[in-house]
Design a protein around this ligand. Structure first.
Ligand code: PLP
Length: 487
């Protein structure tokens, strides 16, 4: 085959370097533990090693790979490290990585059915498979988004579209008949909900944060009181978010009671299960999802706790017609016969993105490569490890558990005997977290619960084993003995 001289690099180069990269990836996954989990790079250190101007002449793939190894890798925080416990850990899995290679090679833009029928139809199929795994009823429709933040913003936009007589789509927010729209979340709801409200012109002041009870779930009486007060004042409650697995302490909002209030006051109920929602595939955890079937929309993130590489968020709704009404816009240059005949779905109509990656392919690889049983077994094991770590914390005279362990995340802190001043404990725990993270052996993060600096150990990487959390526990105890706090 003759190449255009000004075309792509020779395929012989692709073959040679491609094989090297596959070997590199396999070695990396085999040896991730040799790297510090948290990058030890200082601000600006990576940039200072890179030229200020782009290369004038072509450079060889070998020299690019060498710089990748020498300059880029030291600036990587290793999410694939089995001792990554910060935020919510995730996984670049073997099937996911392989699928990503194909996704990039095909470089499909799945905006319309005709721009790759397989991309659209595989998305329909994989979203429906995942729906079944999650135990959702037939009428739920899934759309792949880049992240939960986008999914939740789309939910708020759809909820606004559903408000009778508003027509913000055409007239905008400043129109005379638009009342003051109100969104309800809990104090523990992820910040993405507030961001979505900011972007959509609802405004931060119209995001009402309801207090939580001692198990970090939304106080439903406080929700009802707030809604009634707002109605009294002529405001329009239209959206409430319930979270199953909050980001801070993995609390679960009382979804059935929130659903009652949503129904009574004609509000859209969105469930944020970005992390915890994945546990719905585990039969003995299904009870945590009671009431979710009454919601209007739901987000779960396979890129968080279902071994699918970044990024893939699954947005589900029982009202896809409303989502479409909020987002569809068909310029002449995107018309097609199938679209006109209404025989296919064009995913561009269900969100902000026009061009869309073929993300469904990686979820398809993941779901097939592990199977339902394999996925359940892995999530179950992560939850077992969290309970085990929690039992060590509880049995220890120097540590204490700070929240119930509902999923695979443990909230805890050091609380040595004789130190009871909260400010001292906060300083001590912050110093402990920094000390263990600086070792490079583990990476944990923190939150504040009722003012207390709380450490979080979130298990979610497919390669994390019992030996790893044992190492983490030993390291935490050892580093604690080195910390001196003046009080
Ligand atoms: C992580 C998380 C999000 C944000 O997810 P992205 O995909 O990063 O946007 C939203 N809600 C909850 C509960 C989360 O844990």
């Amino acid at each position: 085959m003759a190449y255009n001289e000004l075309g792509d690099l020779p395929l012989d180069d692709f073959r040679r370097v491609g094989h090297e990269i596959v070997d590199w990836i396999a070695d990396y996954l085999d040896n991730t533990e040799q790297y510090p989990v948290l990058s030890q790079s200082k601000p600006g250190e990576i940039k200072s090693q890179l030229p200020d101007v782009p290369p004038l002449q072509p450079e060889s793939l070998d020299s690019i790979m060498a710089d990748f190894q020498d300059i880029i890798m030291p600036g990587i925080t290793h999410w694939n490290h089995p001792n990554f416990y910060a935020y919510f850990s995730n996984t670049g899995s073997v099937p996911g990585i392989l699928a990503e290679m194909l996704i990039t090679a095909l470089n499909v833009n799945g905006m319309l059915w005709r721009t790759s029928p397989a991309a659209t139809e595989l998305e329909e199929v994989t979203m429906d498979w995942l729906r079944q795994l999650l135990g959702l009823a037939d009428g739920w429709d899934g759309i792949i988004m880049d992240g939960a933040s986008m999914s939740s913003m789309v939910a708020i936009a759809a909820a606004r579209e559903a408000v009778e007589g508003l027509d913000v789509r055409t007239k905008g927010m400043a129109h005379a008949t638009v009342p003051q729209l109100r969104v309800y979340i809990s104090e523990q709801t992820h910040s993405s909900l507030e961001k979505g409200a900011m972007v959509l012109g609802i405004g931060q002041e119209n995001v009402v944060k309801i207090p939580v009870d001692c198990e970090n779930g939304m106080d439903v009486d406080a929700l009802e009181t707030a809604v009634l007060r707002d109605i009294d004042e002529g405001k329009r409650p239209f959206f409430v978010c319930a979270t199953v697995g909050t980001t801070s302490a993995t609390g679960v909002d009382p979804v059935p009671a929130i659903a009652d209030i949503a129904q009574k006051h004609n509000m859209w109920l969105h469930v944020d299960g970005a992390y915890g929602g994945m546990a719905a595939i585990v039969p003995e955890k299904q009870h945590l999802f009671a009431g979710v079937d009454r919601a209007d929309s739901l987000v779960v993130n396979p890129h968080k706790w279902l071994f699918t590489p970044m990024d893939l968020s699954a947005f589900y709704t029982r009202r896809p017609d409303i989502v479409k009404r909020a987002f569809s816009l068909l310029p002449e240059y995107l018309r097609s016969a199938e679209t006109d005949a209404n025989t296919v779905r064009d995913y561009m109509d269900y969100g902000v993105q026009l061009g869309r990656r073929f993300r469904a392919l990686k979820l398809w690889f993941v779901l097939r490569a592990y199977g339902q049983e394999g996925l359940i077994a892995r999530l179950r094991d992560h939850m077992r490890l969290a309970q085990l770590f929690g039992s060590w914390v509880e049995a220890s005279p120097t540590f204490e558990r700070m929240a119930p362990i509902v999923f695979s995340t443990v909230c805890f802190r050091a609380h040595p005997q004789g130190i009871d001043d909260e400010e001292t404990l906060n300083k001590l725990n912050e110093a402990l977290m920094n000390a263990v993270n600086d070792t490079g052996h583990i990476f944990i993060s923190h939150t504040k619960l009722q003012g207390s600096y709380t450490l979080r150990l979130a298990i979610g990487n497919i390669r994390t084993a019992e030996s790893h959390i044992r190492q983490a526990w030993i390291l935490l105890q050892k580093m604690l003995t080195h910390i001196k706090i003046d009080s």
